[in-house]
Design a protein around this ligand. Sequence first.
Ligand SMILES: [Zn+2]
Ligand SMILES: [Zn+2]
Length: 335
Amino acid sequence: MDAWVVTHPGPIPSRPLRPVRVPVPSPGPGEVLVRVEVCAVCRTDLHLAEGDLRPRRPRTTPGHEAVGRVVAAGPGAGRLSPGTRVGAAWLRSACGHCRYCLRGSENLCPRSTYTGWDADGGYAEYLTVPEDFAYPLPAETPAEKLAPLLCAGIIGYRALLRSDLPPGGRLGIYGFGASAHLTAQIAIAQGATVHVLTRSARARELAMTLGAASAGDATDAPPEPLDSAILFAPVGELVPVALAALDRGGTLAVAGIHLSDIPPLTYQRHLFQERTLRSVTANTRADGRAYLQLAMAHPPQVTTVPYPLAEADRALADLAADRVEGAAVLTISSP
Ligand SMILES: [Zn+2]
Ligand SMILES: [Zn+2]
C-alpha cells in the first residue's frame, strides 16, 4: 500500500515526510484493519513531522483523524463487522487500570498510546485500530465531513468543557483553524457570545460567517471582558494576552499539545481576581462519544480543503504556512 512516514523530523522544507510502499498491516489482538477513505490533517501531525513532539518509534505514519471501513478483524476482535464505517482518533489505547483510568481520566493514563505517534496512522491506504477505541460513524455522511471531527472536533469540545464557559457566556477564541471553527459553532449553538482573535484575515471572515460576534487580530483586546477563553494557536506569547482579556473569575484553556514558551506573567494583571489557566490533554472516549453524538444531531459546517494522499507533504506545508482555511483532508479511497 501507499503510505507516508516521518523519516528525519525537521522543518517542512527539509522534507521530513517521505512516501513509501509498505505491506498492508495485519490487525493484532483486539484490533481491526480499516481501509482509509479520508484522513484529516491536524497541527499535531505538523509538530510530529517537525520534531516539536519527539518521535516514539522510527518511521511512523502520521494521521489520527482517519475515517474508513472495517475490512478484517484480529484475534479476539469482531464486534465491528466488515463494512462498518469507523473513525480512528488520537487516543489509541489506555491501560484501563491505573488511578487515572479508574477515575475516568484515561486521557491522563501514563501508558496511553496515540495513533500516528505510537502506532502507524491514517496517512496510508490502511491502518489498524483497537476495536474498543474505534468510533462507529454514520455510513451516509461524506467522509471528509467526518474526519475533522475526530480530533479537531473532539479536542475542541474538551477544550470548551475545560474553559468552564457559563451558560450564555462570553467566549474568546484565539487562533481559528480546524478545531476552533468547529468549537465556535458548538458554543454559538449553545447561546454563547463568541469573539474570535486571529492574525489571519480570511479566518476572521470565516468566523463572522459562522456567527461570531466579533473578529479581531490575535493581540487585539476583545470588545468586552471574557468569561472564558480557549487558546488554539500554539503561541505562548498569547497566554498573557488572553489572561488579560478575561473578566474576574474567568478561565483560559490552552488546547494545543505543544506551545511555544510562555513569557513571564504578572500576578496582578494576569492571574489575580481568581483567573484560572489550565491545559487540555487529549480526550477520553466519553468526550469523543459525547461530541460525535452532538455533531450527528446538529451537523457542524465543516470547511475542508482536499488533497490527494500523494500530496500529504503539500498539505502539511500549507498548514505550516497558514494557507489552509478550515481543515485540510487527505482523500484516500472511495467506499
Ligand atoms: Zn491507565
Ligand atoms: Zn489532532
